[in-house]
Design a protein around this ligand. Structure first.
Ligand SMILES: Cc1ncc(COP(=O)(O)O)c(C=O)c1O
Length: 355
């Protein structure tokens, strides 16, 4: 049996650490997990479900690049759509038609949502969703689930990480996953001050097993948040379009105000989206100029993915269905994916226009 060796990977890693802090970023760095001599650091190429490292070793990539590559590397349909858009123009002064089409597709697809807005990665869109919640409520504080991951912005990182100040965390309150009583207590102690609750639809903390929501958990959260005027934000960056095309909230049976997407949208191309209820926009508009959401960072690569968005999403759900019963995932998921029938946007369009 041939044993893999990683001479070139290690040599490249040695070079990298001279010019890149840690050589490879964050949790993508193999160093904290596996001895450096037993891990492929740098890839040479990838195709379908496989990649080849710089030493010529071949791997089946069950990690899917930490989430987005659910159609496999270099999917020809996605790449053709990206190439076609590149030939028309990549970063242009005015947005393209594809942005509008993608917003329409998401509004049609995701249950209960009336508008969509785009950014380039998951952390941008979760940060942005907090701003929307604050604008909508005129409140400052946000509830987070302990151990949840929402990106690298200071608000999203735990205390104790280098560069994170107590002031970065002052407006954040923490609850444990599935602990509705604890959630109630935090809400009671901060009544009238909480803008939003951000959480993944099921708990998938870094380096730990995933945990499904307890029976009735999301419904109880929803009822309390409605009563207290707290915006519910689902961070579906990692599991979006994998449980139900209409949203993980549809799958778990509750109604959030904002849903954040990223990884599963574009098979590795950098795009993220938040979709929202029109009420959030309506409430926030008079004093916050939420119309300027259109100016937030611009739309990057947004158009390239549209032609195959729906077929990707369907395929992803199917793939996810096969893969979901991985060790560590508790609960028994069902896979009731379906496409929502097209809804009239006339009323929401008139609501959004004057922003
Ligand atoms: C649930 C969740 N939210 C947000 C993010 C941040 O996304 P990005 O790395 O694209 O900024 C991630 C990334 O893994 C994630 O898993």
């Amino acid at each position: 049996m041939k044993t893999y060796t990683y001479k070139k990977s290690v040599a490249l890693f040695d070079r990298a650490v001279q010019v890149i802090p840690c050589g490879i970023y964050g949790h993508l760095s193999p160093a904290p997990l596996v001895p450096v001599e037993h891990y492929p650091f740098y890839m040479a190429r990838a195709k379908g479900a496989r990649f080849w490292d710089v030493d010529g070793n071949e791997f089946i990539d069950y990690l899917c690049a930490y989430g987005p590559m659910v159609l496999g590397y270099n999917d020809p349909r996605v790449d053709a759509a990206a190439k076609a858009q590149l030939e028309k123009g990549n970063c242009v002064t005015a947005p393209g038609t594809a942005m509008v089409e993608l917003a329409e597709a998401l509004v049609d697809l995701v249950d209960g949502m009336s508008w969509a807005f785009f950014a380039k990665n998951g952390g941008d869109i979760t940060s942005y969703s907090l701003m929307v919640a604050r604008a909508a409520t005129g409140r400052k504080k946000i509830i987070l689930v302990r151990g949840g991951y929402h990106g690298v912005a200071p608000w999203a990182q735990p205390m104790g990480h280098a560069g994170i100040m107590q002031e970065d965390k002052d407006l954040y309150l923490y609850v444990d996953w599935n602990d509705f009583e604890g959630f109630q207590k935090v809400v009671k102690e901060n009544r009238g001050q909480i803008a939003g609750f951000i959480s993944t639809p099921y708990h998938h903390p870094t380096f730990q097993d995933s945990v499904m929501p307890a029976e009735g958990y999301w419904k109880s959260i929803e009822t309390l948040c409605r009563k207290e005027g707290i915006v519910i934000i689902v961070d579906d960056v990692r599991c979006g379009f994998r449980l139900d095309l209409a949203g993980s909230h549809k799958y778990f049976g509750f109604n959030p105000d904002l849903v954040c997407y990223c990884k599963a949208i574009a098979n590795g191309y950098p795009i993220a989206a938040v979709v929202g209820k029109k009420e959030v926009l309506q409430v926030s508009r008079p004093d916050t100029k939420l119309g300027s959401i259109g100016g937030f960072g611009g739309v990057i690569f947004g158009g390239t993915v549209i032609p195959s968005l729906r077929s990707w999403a369907q395929r992803r759900c199917a793939m996810r269905a096969q893969r979901f019963s991985t060790p560590g995932v508790t609960g028994t998921p069902r896979f009731p994916w379906r496409r929502r029938s097209r809804v009239s946007r006339s009323s929401s369009a008139s609501t959004l226009r004057p922003c």
